[in-house]
Design a binder for this molecule. Structure first.
Ligand SMILES: CC(C)(COP(=O)(O)OP(=O)(O)OC[C@H]1O[C@@H](n2cnc3c(N)ncnc32)[C@H](O)[C@@H]1OP(=O)(O)O)[C@@H](O)C(=O)NCCC(=O)NCCS
Length: 390
């Protein structure tokens, strides 16, 4: 139990699905009503409070409860990931998501208390580092993370969002080949190629085999071919000098994730969230009127070669078309590190929204300086975005 600034006592405890679900829904709604962009609701309020963490074997949701009346005034989520880096090292990291404190209970130390409690939980579960992301303009959370919790700013990622209904109907260029990979090929290719990423999930096989993962595709130019899976070397053009251009990506279907949740009591919340999201993103009314809602998330995006720009345009076109065939899918989303070379090739149509997130990290244990690889490197620049967080 924590004694906080105004002598109100607060208990930090685990969320109970039986008793807390509606209250947490209201709490998050109250937080979102005062938020300008309303984007975070998008990922945390789809009627399933665990939606962003449920696919991790180890996850937790903590709530802050006022002892005087049992009111829930804060919430935070945490999950454990296993990642690797280019150097071959393996780490257990904790991710902290969806920290919220009710607007009228702020600046009383509740946010800090929730952060300390979720970090303790992550440490107990073996996390060596913790990471979290927030918008650069969010002064409250930036101050909380940096000044009070000692997080270090690492890098920025951009989330790209586009409504499916406005998908461009460009025909697929004839010289571009599309191959859907068998899941084992995809695992192999990611494992061999992801090592060039700053951080990648070592359980990529689990992600790709999850039923929400619709598949993995490779795009390349017919005349160039693409990498040779056996040699793991890029193929050469006829002159034997130029590397072929190709892109790999997978698609995660959130529509099914939300639909499968057994609790129907949050449908009102869901519609509310949908309205909020769509109005914030300036999406067409025809889309925002629909209460069933989901999106396709492009993850594992990795491209090589000089002509990735052209391929990226076709990848986006392909994903939008696929979105039109998946029930309840209203948006296409992807997230890329600011240093990722693909970032400048995402088509910037007029209805595309971009949201910039800043990543912060800290070590939960003492490392010798030379071992503090994740933070010393400090970039997370081309981080492989984990679809389970969406
Ligand atoms: C961010 C948030 C969780 C902080 O919760 P809180 O309970 O008010 O935070 P605390 O009282 O524990 O504040 C701890 C420190 O954070 C910083 N802080 C909190 N609110 C702040 C504000 N409005 N302006 C500047 N700094 C602020 C201060 O350093 C503060 O310490 P101090 O009060 O001694 O100066 C809360 O503002 C919130 O729910 N915001 C909306 C949701 C959100 O942005 N979540 C974070 C992104 S995931």
């Amino acid at each position: 139990m924590a004694e906080i600034a105004d002598h109100t006592k607060v208990l930090i405890r685990e969320f109970s699905e039986d008793t807390d679900i509606e209250v947490v829904g209201k709490l998050e709604r109250d937080c979102e009503l005062e938020s300008k962009k309303g984007f975070s609701i998008f990922t945390s309020m789809m009627g399933d409070p665990f939606c962003r963490i449920r696919f991790y074997p180890l996850h937790v949701m903590l709530v802050a409860e006022l002892l005087e009346n049992g009111e829930l005034v804060g919430v935070v989520r945490g999950c454990i990931k296993h990642v690797g880096t280019g150097s071959g090292a393996r780490y257990v990291i904790g991710c902290i998501l969806g920290l919220r404190v009710s607007p009228i209970h702020r600046r009383m130390g509740i946010g800090l208390k929730l952060m300390n409690s979720v970090e303790e939980w992550l440490l107990r579960k073996g996390a060596q580092y913790t990471f979290l992301a927030t918008e650069e303009s969010n002064t409250a959370s930036t101050n909380l993370f940096t000044y009070k919790c000692n997080y270090r700013k690492l890098s920025s990622l951009i989330i790209f969002v586009q409504p499916v209904c406005s998908a461009v109907e460009d025909p697929m260029p004839r010289d571009i080949k599309i191959e859907k990979l068998h899941v084992d090929e995809a695992i192999f290719l990611y494992k061999s190629r992801l090592r060039s990423k700053d951080i990648y999930p070592t359980d990529i096989d689990v992600i790709l085999k999850e039923k929400l993962s619709l598949g993995t595709w490779v795009f390349y130019f017919e005349e160039q071919g693409w990498i040779n899976l056996n040699s793991q070397e890029s193929s050469k053009d006829t002159a034997g000098e130029t590397q072929s251009s190709w892109i790999i990506f997978s698609i995660w279907n959130t529509c099914e994730a939300y639909k499968s949740h057994p609790l129907r009591s949050l449908h009102a919340t869901l519609s509310h969230a949908t309205e909020k999201i769509f109005s914030c993103l300036n999406l067409p009314v025809s889309v925002s009127m629909q209460s069933s809602f989901g999106f396709l998330f492009l993850y594992g995006l990795h491209g090589e070669g000089e002509n990735v720009g052209e391929l990226m345009k076709s990848v986006w076109n392909f994903a939008s078309r696929l979105g039109q065939t998946v029930k309840d899918s209203k948006l296409i989303l992807t997230e890329l590190g600011l240093c990722d070379p693909l970032i400048k090739h995402v088509p910037k149509d007029s209805d595309m929204s971009c949201i910039e997130d800043v990543w912060y990290g800290k070590s939960l244990i003492n490392h010798a300086d030379d071992k503090d690889e994740l933070l010393v490197k400090g970039s997370l620049g081309n981080v492989f975005v984990d679809p389970r967080e969406f």
